[in-house]
Design a protein around this ligand. Structure first.
Ligand code: 5RP
Length: 292
């Protein structure tokens, strides 16, 4: 095991230098993937902007009908025009996402936590690869707890899913979990996102933090950013703008869309930032025009 104690070299993330090994395909770290993987990645990440708006509604797998997700059947069709990818459980997707919606799917495949528990870090792989194939999933999302009690089992889950995904050319989305007891520093996110990417995930989901551009620079696959707890809409748009400006390839936003009084308009405004290069200020003005 390498010893960190003698480490003296100053860190240099070369944040201004684009990812180098990208000849032939538009997505970071996807150069050597086969056709099937690239096709799924292209379904998720718009080839023109290189980015994605994922709508995360997988909260039910540990929170039940979290506030704002009581009627997915009503919400999903309204949001569909403004998002690129639906991220949810197989139960929610099969029942509430019409197959006619030609949007990509990020299928949540791990489970085992509930908000009634203190420690959420022990999960299992709950969906097998055959069902992910049947659902035409574009990627499989695995909750990954680095530095928590359940780290070993979540690394085991992640490895199983990546191995199965490699057999059938389905990308894996490693979701960097932040439990109550876990730090939310750039030190933590640099460690966790890099571990997840080096395990072999094709996409990493994480959170915004200080020096976020360094987290992105050191992660060799595309990063999508969770919205986190509900913020005032203006701040949520600033968050989206900030992470895209610093190199994220999209957002995977849940509560800041579905808990807004104006979820459709929020999704539209986020889409303008992610795909059309709007600044936070422009997107906020757009949102205000749409809602007044
Ligand atoms: C839970 C998740 C959620 O999908 C994620 O937190 C995104 O939703 P939000 O924007 O509400 O944070 O991965 O583990």
């Amino acid at each position: 095991m390498a010893d960190l104690e003698g480490l003296k070299v100053a860190k240099d993330y070369h944040v201004e230098t684009p990812f180098a090994n990208q000849n032939g395909f538009y997505l970071k770290g996807a150069n050597s993937l086969d056709w099937g993987m690239k096709k799924h990645m292209s379904n998720i990440f718009n080839p023109k902007s290189g980015n994605t708006v994922m709508f995360a509604f997988d909260h039910g797998y540990f929170m039940g009908s979290a506030a704002g997700l009581e009627r997915l059947d009503l919400l999903i069709p309204q949001l569909a025009p403004y998002v690129d990818c639906f991220m949810g459980t197989r139960g929610a997707i099969r029942t509430c996402v019409a197959p006619e919606l030609t949007k990509s799917v990020a299928l949540r495949v791990t489970s085992g936590s509930s908000m009634l528990q203190d420690d959420l870090s022990h999960e299992v792989v709950a969906v097998d690869i055959e069902d992910a194939i049947r659902m035409n999933a574009d990627c499989m999302a695995v909750q990954t707890f680095i530095g928590a009690k359940g780290q070993l089992s979540s690394i085991d889950n992640l490895s199983q899913v990546i191995n199965a995904g490699m057999r059938y050319s389905i990308p894996t989305l490693g979701v960097c979990a932040v439990g109550k007891e876990m730090e939310r520093t750039d030190r933590f996110f640099k460690l966790a996102t890099r571990i997840i990417a080096e395990m072999g995930c094709q996409i990493v989901k994480t959170y915004d933090c200080e020096n976020f551009e360094e987290v992105v620079a050191a992660c060799p696959v595309p990063i999508v950013v969770a919205g986190g707890k509900k913020l005032p809409e203006k701040e949520a748009l600033e968050l989206a703008y900030d992470v895209i400006r610093k190199g994220a390839h999209g957002v995977d936003m849940g509560r800041n869309i579905f808990q807004s009084q104006y979820p459709i308009e929020m999704a539209k405004a986020v889409n303008k930032i992610v795909h059309e290069g709007m600044t936070a200020k422009e997107a906020w003005e757009f949102f205000e025009d749409e809602t007044h």
